[in-house]
Design a protein around this ligand. Structure first.
Ligand SMILES: Nc1ncnc2c1ncn2[C@@H]1O[C@H](COP(=O)(O)OP(=O)(O)OP(=O)(O)O)[C@@H](O)[C@H]1O
Ligand SMILES: [Mg+2]
Length: 248
């Protein structure tokens, strides 16, 4: 077991009110798996990921990586954010080598690492471009390369393709599968899109609407590349869709 969540809850308390965003989540993530967390909008997905990434402290419960309890940000966990998080004044290369640079990795070595991941995400030739000069899909590729350059054990992606047009989104789904197979790192991928979840995941953890609770866990046995109109795919799609809280 790579990552273990036990009764993880988050309540935001104001002067007079308390708001439960995540409620008693138990989750086991296996080493090397592609786990998708699927939940409706504003159900508490980002709050959950922020706790795993150490950006928010759980109100209750514990999060363990390889048996060690996590408190605060950890280099073993890499994050690709939902909102664009590239440094706009830095080039593609400088964005990707930022983490290793902060960690004190010497220039030659960090350049080599950054170049490896720039190549891996298909951005060879764009090292000197600035974020405003590249497309949305390319920006997400930079975000992925940047996360990998820190050599994390688990990669968390928070609705990374939500802002992309449909065609780019499909090609990025294939890209992330290709990168996952090449790098063999555990991936935790969040989405609100059932087809995306079914196309990508080894397993899908379905969350309820706010507060986020685990509603059901689906084991997706379908072979890859997955055929989105195959009988097995459509059947699972219907089962999950019947079970998902889409009402506001
Ligand atoms: N720092 C905070 N203080 C108070 N409430 C918060 C805070 N962060 C998030 N929330 C609330 O928690 C709920 C869940 O938010 P969250 O961003 O996790 O949703 P989400 O599932 O990621 O939504 P989306 O699909 O739109 O990204 C929302 O109602 C949000 O307003
Ligand atoms: Mg979110």
């Amino acid at each position: 077991m790579k990552l273990k969540l036990r009764r993880v809850s988050k309540t935001f308390t104001g002067p007079k009110t308390a708001f439960a965003a995540v409620d008693q989540i138990d989750l086991d993530v296996y080493d090397g798996e592609f786990l998708v967390i699927l939940g409706p909008g504003l159900c508490g997905k980002t709050v959950l990921l922020d706790m795993i990434a150490g950006l928010e402290e759980p109100t209750k419960g514990e999060i363990c990586l390889d048996g060690r309890e996590l408190h605060g940000p950890d280099r073993a966990i890499g994050m690709v954010f939902q909102k664009k998080a590239l440094l706009p004044w830095k080039t593609v290369m400088q964005n990707v080598e930022f983490g290793p640079r902060m960690a004190g990795v010497p220039k030659g070595e960090r350049r080599k690492t950054a170049q490896k991941f720039i190549d891996l995400v298909g951005l060879t030739g764009f090292e000197k471009s600035y974020p405003h000069q590249i497309s949305g899909g390319m920006k997400q590729r930079v975000g992925i390369a940047r996360a990998y350059a820190n050599n994390p054990e688990i990669l968390i992606l928070d609705e990374p393709f939500g802002a992309l047009d449909a065609q780019t989104r499909y090609s990025m789904q294939d890209e992330i599968l290709r990168i996952w197979k090449a790098e063999k790192k555990t991936i935790l991928f969040v989405t609100n899109n059932i087809e995306e979840a079914l196309y990508l995941g080894d397993r899908i953890v379905l969350l309820s609407k706010c507060p986020a609770m685990v509603k059901e866990i689906y084991e997706i046995g379908l072979p890859r590349p997955r055929d989105m109109v195959s009988e097995g795919f459509l059947k699972l799609r219907e089962r999950i869709s019947d079970n998902m809280d889409l009402s506001v």
